[in-house]
Design a protein around this ligand. Structure first.
Ligand code: SAM
Length: 267
């Protein structure tokens, strides 16, 4: 994977994709590490280029697929995408290998304009037009356990630090699989993407080699040059809508249909 981006703060460490969180002796951490280091054993037997009707990996994605390099946009993408992996014999040019090739070019990190003297901080903007379905970048960081996420989340609150931890919920057969990603200290360009109530991107779980999904951000509409890249933090997270106003942060997305509050994640 290639990525020509970097952080603007020197204290942060730039990573291209997820890394496991800090070593711990708990069973919870051992399970997380096993999943992180696992190799998905399902693979296709396609010759060079995979096709939608024959490739097992594409079929495993439950109908969510790429056509001509673009994700076929569906407002309810809850099923993970399975890309062809290192056990698949198809070539690197196979159309079912998108996220593993790295982010789109032309993204810049810049400070967002203030609203009523309040600021979202930094954000990501595109210098080029991006068409709907294009893969933007991963939201990559440390993959941490639920306990570690809860600990870090309450420390962030206590010290009034920005919260970067994203909890991805995947529902399948009545079970929920949670993945906690924290790009606070180790992260990629995705850590700068802000929330919007009317976003131009969406987050999609994508699995390549590991059982732990990548949090992939895709454009869900055509995006003009100069626009800020945003996704809805509440989608695929566990916002129950139960938080009191005191627990929620005001949303500064500026969208006409803004709910007024940032999505609230309770673990
Ligand atoms: C993943 S970071 C996004 C990048 C961040 N703005 C920065 O300066 O590094 C998430 C944090 O950005 C801020 N943020 C993101 N979207 C926002 C929004 N719509 N309104 C207010 N703050 C927002 C919140 O402080 C949130 O905890």
């Amino acid at each position: 994977m290639e990525d020509n981006y970097s952080h603007i703060e020197e204290s942060l460490i730039y990573i291209l994709e997820n890394i496991p969180g800090p070593i711990h002796t708990s069973n919870e951490y051992r399970t997380l590490l096993e999943n992180f280091e696992s190799q998905i054993t399902n693979h296709c037997n396609c010759d060079q280029i995979c096709t939608k009707s024959l490739c097992i990996c594409v079929m495993n994605s439950g109908g969510v697929c790429y056509i001509n390099g673009k994700l076929q946009y569906d407002t309810d993408i809850t099923h993970p995408v399975f890309e062809c992996n290192s056990l698949c014999p198809c070539s690197i040019d196979c159309g079912n290998r998108i996220v593993q090739k790295g982010p789109v070019e032309g993204l810049t990190i810049a400070r967002c304009v203030e609203t009523d003297k309040m600021s979202k901080g930094l954000g990501i903007f595109t210098s080029r037009a991006i068409s709907s379905g294009t893969f933007i970048c991963e939201y990559a960081g440390e993959v941490i356990t639920k306990s570690e996420a809860m600990k870090r989340h309450s420390e962030n609150k206590k010290y009034e630090r920005m919260n970067y931890i994203f909890c991805l919920n995947e529902h399948s057969n009545g079970n929920v699989t949670q993945t906690f990603i924290d790009p606070s200290q180790f992260g990629n360009i995705g850590r700068y993407i802000n929330h919007s109530c009317e976003p131009n991107c969406q987050i999609v779980p994508v699995r390549v080699d590991s059982l732990v999904p990548k949090l992939a951000i895709f454009a869900c509409e055509d995006i003009p040059p100069g626009a800020e890249i945003t996704f809805n933090y509440g989608a695929l997270s566990n916002d129950q809508g139960t938080a009191t106003e005191g627990e929620r942060k005001p949303c500064l997305c500026g969208a006409a249909l803004c709910s007024g509050w940032m999505p609230f994640q309770s673990y």
